[in-house]
Design a protein around this ligand. Structure first.
Ligand code: NIG
Ligand code: FE
Length: 413
């Protein structure tokens, strides 16, 4: 049987945790039927090649190849923007004060409710395309700016549509418990009733969500309310994850650990008990340096404790109009190293191997190994650490997603 494609004369950062970056020098990678059919040192290929052959052989001229990048935490679908709020914060207003004054998430809710399916699709596609152009092949998209049945479903339908039309694997997450909508002011438990009795069942029934998220915070929902959301999610057969300890320690991490959360995200204020609970539950920490930077946060997530307890660390954009108007995952690698002191290898693992775990996709994505999906990115770099080193990386030299080059329209290649 012949291979579809053979990438040769390259160095592979496989991200298999064997050696630094799981590197294979002078490597070759063969692709068949969307998957990696063979990977190893080029010198070992000779015999194999005679057997297999390839329709297309690509000489990568010594470039580095990584797995496709994975952005496991985005809020890419929304109406409007929050540039005015950015200016308010620069003049001294803080995020929580803006939220309490009726701004923040709720102002994006107003704009999102007013936007049509087509409008939401067009703007979200533009944002997704920017991520894809820099080598992202898997991304997660959350709802959470609808906060009513119709708009939450519309946001998730947009996300599903992007998964069908873009050369990317899209996982969707229902974040109906993101904030209290204005019509439920002072009635958070009634809103949680709506989430649990109507929004989540409807979304699950329509197959619109792969997971359920919530915002456990003093400006959002407490642990009792979050637990109701988690219980409902589990009853519907959906895994959970949590925006946890972003602005304060609420104990959301321990709660999420009890519900086997896929990930706890932000976690700047997580306690020692929270980290231990994450380790015991096998959860991953999703670090969001774009939000840390935008909010001028000073409390760094407990990186040393994560390392000590073996809690995998993921890096994502948190792309959203309020706290992280980020349009580049690679910039987040740089920020994770500079702000949180991750090593470049940890940062790259955080957007490949560990990010795949956060989306429960590790069987198919996240490392370069035989049998995994052939999501491959070739870079004009001399060493993999450069992916975290440059502030503003040049685009990839080549991309394969499921063994195919994504069409020009989406990647600008
Ligand atoms: O930083 N869900 C909670 N917080 C979001 C911010 C959303 C916003 O301000 O629009 C986050 O992940
Ligand atoms: Fe977020």
């Amino acid at each position: 049987m012949t291979w579809d494609t053979l990438w040769t004369n390259c160095h592979a950062a496989t991200m298999v945790p064997s050696s630094a970056f799981g590197a294979i020098d002078d490597a070759a990678i063969a692709v068949r039927d969307w998957r990696i059919a063979w990977i190893g040192p080029r010198a070992e290929l000779e015999d194999t090649l005679e057997d297999a052959g390839a329709h297309e052989v690509v000489d990568l001229e010594g470039r580095w190849v990584t797995p496709g990048l994975i952005d496991c935490h985005t809020h890419l679908v929304y109406g409007g923007d929050r540039a005015a709020e950015f200016e308010m914060r620069l003049e001294g207003a803080d995020y929580e004060a803006i939220v309490r004054a009726g701004g923040g998430i709720v102002s994006s809710v107003r704009a999102t409710r007013a936007a049509s399916f087509e409008q939401l699709c067009a703007s979200a596609e533009r944002r997704a395309r920017e991520l894809l152009a820099e080598g992202v092949t898997v991304l997660e998209i959350k709802s959470g700016y609808g906060l009513d049945e119709a708009t939450e479903a519309r946001m998730l339908t947009v996300a599903r549509h992007l998964g069908e039309t873009l050369p990317a694997t899209v996982r969707t997450t229902c974040l109906a418990a993101n904030a209290l909508p204005p019509e439920y002011a002072e009635r958070p438990d009634d809103y949680i009733d709506l989430v649990c009795e109507r929004i989540l069942p409807q979304v699950a029934e329509a197959g619109l969500a792969d997971a359920v998220d919530a915002f456990c915070e003093r400006i959002a929902f407490d642990t009792a309310q979050t637990e109701r959301v988690f219980r409902t999610a589990h009853a519907l057969g959906l895994p959970v994850k949590l925006h946890a300890e972003q602005l304060s320690d609420q104990g959301g991490t321990q709660l999420a650990a009890r519900y086997d959360a896929l990930s706890m995200d932000h976690v700047e204020y997580v306690s020692a008990e929270g980290v231990a609970a994450m380790a015991a539950a096998g959860s991953v920490a999703v670090l969001l340096p774009g939000a840390f930077y935008t909010l001028r946060e000073t409390q760094v997530p407990p990186i040393a404790a994560f390392r000590e307890h073996g809690v995998p660390m993921v890096v994502a954009t948190d792309a959203n109009p309020g706290t992280s108007p980020a349009r580049s995952l690679l910039l987040m690698l740089n920020m994770a190293c500079t702000q949180f002191r991750l090593t470049p290898e940890e940062a790259l693992a955080g957007v490949t191997r560990e990010a795949a775990r956060a989306l429960d996709l590790a069987d198919d994505y996240g490392t370069l190994e035989t049998g995994k999906r052939a999501d491959l990115v070739a870079w004009d770099i001399d060493q993999p650490a450069e992916l975290a080193y440059w502030i503003g990386m040049p685009r990839p030299a080549r991309i394969l997603r499921h063994g195919q080059p994504p069409c020009n329209q989406w990647t600008g290649q």
